[in-house]
Design a protein around this ligand. Structure first.
Ligand SMILES: [Zn+2]
Length: 268
């Protein structure tokens, strides 16, 4: 009876505090668990970017990964069995985005669907004359507003293996999820945007659109010119993989992303 009397107030407090407080407590518990040796080996073997991180950020990333892996559901597609190595490598790259930000900003992500390689989707296009056509498209990744991220394992592996080419499908798709949570691309097309972020990033986006229209070969992936949300995802890839080059080519844009992610990858 005394234990019930004790448990009851605790239960009431837990209900009053609600799910976020419970999750934060659980995440702190997970962060104190030992990091599995196999996960450590996967990071050392498969992710050169992890080896480049300062030791305090490596430690922080490991803690983020433990909470991420405890919460997210992974689903293998087209017969793929999702292995421990796949989960670890996806979590490590996804958690780069919330290395210094609240992990709760990725709460919208409920499922991660993994295909063995590029997957084909049927897309509907409308041309300038309004004619609608449908075609198959091979994708390496996709992000859905309903909280799903779809990834090709081949591309996930290649993204981790090559940390300097500015191509990282995991960073790209999870940047879309962060954008959904924070509204990063919302005001980029505004005529007179309010706030430093929208002004700086919106100007850089229009600069890329114009460079692509002129047929130039810009530093940033031209795919970023297709829509403001693609620009945020493409710049995130460059930020984590080509920090020094981005800082040199677009200092104001680099600064804006450095404030967003609270990181300075140009010195890694
Ligand atoms: Zn995209």
């Amino acid at each position: 009876m005394p234990s019930l009397l004790l448990a009851l107030p605790l239960l009431v407090i837990a209900l009053l505090l609600g799910q976020p407080a419970w999750r934060a407590w659980r995440q702190r518990q997970l962060a104190t668990q030992p990091f599995p040796a196999f996960w450590r080996r996967v990071l050392q073997r498969r992710m050169p970017l992890f080896r480049r991180l300062p030791p305090d950020l490596q430690q922080h990333l490991r803690q983020r990964m433990q909470a991420f892996l405890a919460e997210k559901a992974f689903i293998g597609c087209r017969g793929l069995e999702v292995t421990e190595e796949m989960r670890v490598l996806i979590a490590a790259q996804a958690c780069l985005l919330v290395l210094q930000r609240p992990l709760s900003e990725l709460d919208r992500v409920r499922q991660i669907l993994v295909y063995p390689g590029a997957f084909v989707v049927r897309r509907r296009h409308t041309d300038a004359a309004g004619v609608v056509s449908e075609a198959n498209e091979a994708l390496s990744g996709e992000s859905w507003h309903e909280g799903q991220v779809i990834l090709s394992w081949d591309d996930t592996l290649a993204s981790a293996a090559e940390p300097h080419d500015g191509y990282n499908v995991v960073v790209h798709e999870f940047a879309h999820q962060l954008d959904d949570a924070l509204g990063l691309s919302t005001d980029l097309e505004a005529e007179a945007p309010s706030g430093d972020w929208a002004r700086t990033v919106g100007a850089a986006w229009r600069e890329l659109v114009e460079a692509v229209d002129r047929g130039e070969a810009p530093f940033l992936d031209p795919y970023g010119a297709t829509a403001p949300e693609e620009f945020v995802a493409v710049v995130s890839e460059a930020f984590f993989e080509q920090g020094p080059e981005l800082a040199q080519a677009h200092p104001a844009l680099y600064e804006a992303f450095s404030r967003l992610y609270r990181l300075s990858p140009h010195v890694w």
